[in-house]
Design a protein around this ligand. Structure first.
Ligand code: UD1
Length: 388
């Protein structure tokens, strides 16, 4: 479960020029060299106060923390909001070890509207927001749907209400390929139809996208919806990675824990699917590639390169791998056999889902580079590190 939070932009009392600065790419970029990448100060203005501030909600979570690293690597000043519901403050140490920079951290629960409002009174010169904060466990969402609607929807509404006060806002939303359900055609393009959600979690991603679209259409908010396929792996330094609470529900953390002897064996959910080896096909993307896509998407908005006020991109590798292929690749990189057994299908699993990445490659100008082998190598290195 990853539960995080987004900001409230309370700007009503600010001077209009300052307000504009808050979310205006043009003004905010003053002093930056666009050629050398956002956040790189140009020669004329060496004032560190001009470094753009980016709010990352859920910035101590799995994808959030890797994104904070990539943002800091290109010079942004990052302010993390996280309520630590599915993360730890220790993640900050890993971020600092990799980047040599300390992000600002505010422990805030985005369901507390006043706290969020206070946050944006305090940080009134933010240039963009990347919103990861959300709960993400499919099974838990079925058991406790209101937790999901409150955590994933209420907080988004509060955030957008505050953004509406701004003259301009740049907003990146963490969405999922789950919105496509079982797509008719592989690979999946962004134009594939949205299927009825099979869980409250999936529904929050669909509703979230719809809410943002409705708001963007009547406001000065510009947004990019990023639909992730299956994020895996860890930072190659093994300073940060995935920290599942309890028994992992996702394939790769379960595999690495089994490889480390923490779990007896992996259950493979079904080998009678209509695929080459009978197991389900997914598009496993390295979390660092995914994190870099967020930086690219943010820069697209801040540089006003977006052609529509709301744009959607699939973030995957474009390659599908079966569960058995993932197991075999893990065995190769770890040098040990992985105990597993075939069990019944898991309810709600789609047969196959992998991305058509043409739009992300050509329009966003981003491409995933890591192979499945590299991703699993980093996941294994991380698992060995946290095992001690
Ligand atoms: C799951 C969620 C999806 C969510 C994503 C977040 C479901 C049905 N879908 O995607 O909504 O956005 O996580 O990361 O829960 N597998 C096994 N044994 C295991 C675990 C998984 O065989 O112990 C198989 C699954 O059947 C699937 C593949 O591995 O074929 C990947 O599973 P998982 O990592 O849970 O991801 P998704 O189901 O694709």
């Amino acid at each position: 479960m990853l539960r995080l939070f987004a900001p409230d932009f309370f700007i009503g009392s600010l001077d209009p020029a300052f307000r504009y600065n808050l979310f205006s790419p043009k003004k905010a970029q003053k002093g930056f060299s666009l050629q050398s990448g956002l956040g790189h100060r140009n020669k004329k203005n060496n004032n560190t106060k001009n470094t753009m501030k980016i709010v990352v909600t859920g910035g101590l979570g799995f994808i959030g923390s890797h994104t904070v690293v990539e943002l800091q690597n290109v010079g942004y000043e990052v302010i993390i909001i996280d309520n630590l519901s599915n993360s730890s403050e220790d993640v900050l140490k890993g971020i600092i070890a990799i980047t040599g920079k300390t992000p600002i951290f505010e422990k805030i629960d985005l369901r507390e509207k006043e706290a969020v409002r206070d946050f944006f009174k305090k940080y009134n010169d933010v240039s963009g927001i990347i919103h990861f904060a959300a709960s993400k466990a499919v099974g838990e969402s079925v058991q406790n749907p209101l937790l999901y609607y409150e955590n994933n929807i209420n907080t988004l509404v509060y955030l957008l209400q505050e953004l509406l006060q701004k003259d301009e806002a740049s907003f990146i939303f963490s969405s999922s390929c789950t919105v496509y359900g079982q797509a008719e055609k592989m690979p999946i393009t962004e134009n594939a139809s949205i299927q009825p959600a099979v869980s409250p979690y999936g529904n929050t991603k669909q509703i979230g996208e719809e809410i943002i679209t409705d708001v963007v259409n009547v406001s000065n908010i510009n947004a990019i919806l990023l639909r992730y396929f299956n994020p895996i792996g860890a930072h190659p330094t093994a300073e940060i990675g995935e920290l599942p609470i309890g028994v992992p529900q996702n394939l790769v953390p379960f595999i690495t824990q089994t490889g480390a002897g923490l779990r007896k064996e992996l259950s493979v959910y079904g080998d009678d699917y209509p695929t080459t080896d009978g197991t389900c096909i997914r598009d496993y993307i390295h979390v660092v590639d995914l994190a870099k896509a967020h930086v690219t998407a943010l820069q697209r908005l801040l540089n006003k390169k977006n052609v529509e006020k709301i744009e959607t991109f699939n973030l995957g590798t474009g390659t599908g791998s079966s569960v058995l292929e993932v197991i075999q690749t893990f065995e190769k990189v770890s040098g040990k056999p992985l105990p597993y057994k075939i069990v019944d299908r898991r309810e709600g699993d789609v047969i196959s889902a992998y991305a058509n990445t043409d739009k992300a490659n050509e329009v966003l100008g981003w491409k995933a580079h890591s192979t499945l082998e590299e991703s699993l190598t980093s996941a294994w290195k991380w698992q060995q590190k946290i095992n001690g």
